[in-house]
Design a protein around this ligand. Structure first.
Ligand SMILES: [Fe+2]
Length: 212
């Protein structure tokens, strides 16, 4: 698909496309909040990732160094935007439900095994979110195959290589400021109440055996 990048004056075949939002609004998350988040922030990561990939084709490799070089800066932004794309696609995908789950779901059993109880998991996730500047992400930890909530201060800051993200909670200010201002804590409840545990369970079932 030919995508026009008017802001940078380039036309080229974009490698990645913006995924549509499955819902317009959610309980406790307004259409305005979600459209800003999806249509500006998430879209920006995808389009800039495409832009960076295009620029890398012709970037100067002769003068590359680790202090400053065009190639280095592009590679850094490639990581930032790729991680931003992946995390936001997970975030938007696992919302749209009613927050309810059944006790026989594999993900719920695993959460209880690894955290002791669902409430203990929820407390750990929300506490991690309050402590984070960017993300709290429930992952399968490759070290011991256990579920763990990792704290990422940015898309590209705090991720553990090999960890498989199962549930991503965005706590960048852009995720809640339209609806909640500086009250980050009040955003966490509607996030939990809109989770689609069927999708989260399917994702866990798909990846649970990678490190088993
Ligand atoms: Fe975000």
């Amino acid at each position: 698909m030919l995508v026009q990048f008017l802001e940078v004056g380039m036309n080229y075949d974009a490698q990645y496309e913006v995924k549509a939002l499955k819902y317009k609004e959610l309980k406790g998350l307004s259409a305005k909040q979600l459209s800003f988040h999806h249509d500006i922030h998430y879209k920006g990561y995808v389009t800039r990732r495409n832009f960076v990939h295009e620029k890398l084709k012709t970037a100067d490799k002769a003068g590359v160094n680790a202090n400053y070089s065009e190639f280095r800066e592009l590679k850094k932004e490639e990581t930032f935007n790729a991680a931003g794309q992946l995390l936001h696609e997970l975030y938007f995908d696992i919302l749209g439900g009613d927050g309810k789950f059944s006790e026989d779901m594999e993900i719920i059993k695993k959460i209880k095994d690894d955290f002791g109880s669902f409430d203990a998991f929820k407390e750990d996730l929300t506490t991690t979110a309050k402590a984070s500047r960017g993300w709290a992400v429930l992952c399968i930890d490759p070290t011991d195959n256990k579920l763990r909530n990792f704290l990422l201060d940015g898309h590209d800051n705090g991720g553990v290589l090999g960890a498989i993200p199962i549930l991503a909670l965005d706590v960048y200010e852009h995720a809640y400021y339209v609806d909640y201002g500086a009250d980050k804590a009040s955003y966490l409840t509607p996030f939990l109440n809109n989770l689609d545990w069927n999708i989260i369970n399917q994702r866990f079932s798909k990846f649970k055996s990678v490190y088993a």
